[in-house]
Design a protein around this ligand. Structure first.
Ligand SMILES: Nc1ncnc2c1ncn2[C@@H]1O[C@H](COP(=O)(O)OP(=O)(O)OP(=O)(O)O)[C@@H](O)[C@H]1O
Length: 286
């Protein structure tokens, strides 16, 4: 269990990125959702002990990680949103280098690297330079390095950003595989990925938590209240229109409400995206 209590962070230029964040996150795959600038990366960097909060406490499995950052680092795998690599090093050499930096012994890291290369489907390119990898290969390398040392807490900041659909699916399958018996915290803009992969989600906006909990429980209040219609619902209050999207070029509205907004509208199961837009709507963020 990862527990954050009253975490605050204001950057030197006065930007308040984290405003009294309190969260309890269980083992397994957990999604962190929020619009641009919500504070997701700031929270992840704080959890990874790469920046200190101004106040608050964080415990992971009863260890106070702000007081004992080294104890956390020994259990942490972190995949930042952007990471650089040494241009002349092969994938294998770079993994050895990172394993040594993590304090692993050769007898431990060698079999681990072989296993991780196989898991991330990189064995056949182990001797190629990471700098020449495609976006998907690079992200899979990022996951391999994060898993070195068999960490219990894995933090991934937008791991599927910029990937094609096949790479995204293969990376998502990999994330589900690795989330067994550990906490994988996944920050992404792709609500559908969180709905497909995560049993628990936290939604943040403007540095504050607006919802956190088991996905099914969070969706329950929207049951029998989401309508889909292709016709512009002109008599519906704009605050009840959750989204307008297109399918084959045809508009489709998703509407929140107790009553059928027009004769064309049908009740549909609530999705996490409905919940996300519903909460941001309430905040006036849309
Ligand atoms: N080093 C910094 N100095 C000053 N302000 C910062 C710094 N890093 C982030 N911010 C600001 O803090 C706020 C939260 O940013 P953060 O990157 O944590 O959000 P995010 O949810 O990860 O956004 P995105 O989804 O766009 O990556 C933003 O207003 C951002 O401009």
């Amino acid at each position: 269990m990862l527990t954050m209590t009253n975490i605050n962070k204001t950057y030197p230029d006065g930007t308040c990125a984290l405003n009294n964040i309190s969260l309890n996150l269980p083992t397994g795959m957990v999604g962190l959702l929020g619009p641009n600038g919500a504070g997701k990366s700031s929270l992840m960097r704080t959890l990874a002990c790469l920046q200190a909060p101004d106040s608050g406490s964080i415990t992971f499995d009863d260890c106070n990680i702000l007081q004992h950052p080294d104890a956390l680092r020994a259990q942490l795998g972190y995949l930042p949103q952007y990471f650089g690599v040494y241009p002349n090093m092969s994938c294998q050499a770079l993994l050895v280098h990172i394993a040594i930096l993590k304090g692993l012994r050769k007898a431990d890291y060698q079999p681990q690297i072989e296993r991780l290369l196989a898991l991330t489907n990189l064995t056949h390119v182990a001797n190629k330079k990471v700098v020449n990898f495609s976006g998907g290969m690079r992200q899979r390398f990022g996951i391999a390095q994060a898993l070195l040392g068999n960490p219990k807490l894995i933090i991934m900041d937008e791991p599927t950003a910029g990937l094609d659909p096949m790479e995204r699916e293969s990376l998502n399958n990999l994330l589900v595989d690795i989330s067994k018996r550990r906490l994988v915290l996944l920050s992404t803009h792709i609500v559908e990925d969180v709905e497909n992969l995560c049993h628990h989600v936290a939604i943040i906006n403007k540095g504050c938590v607006i919802e956190s909990g088991d996905v099914q429980t969070l969706l329950a209040p929207l049951h029998n209240k989401i309508w889909r219609t292709d016709v512009n619902p002109d008599r519906v209050s704009p605050s009840h229109i959750l989204s307008k999207s297109y399918r084959y070029g045809q508009s489709a509205y998703r509407i929140y409400g107790d009553k059928q907004p027009n004769t064309d509208a049908v009740l549909v199961p609530a999705t996490l995206q409905d919940k996300y837009f519903f909460e941001l709507n309430k905040q006036g963020a849309l």
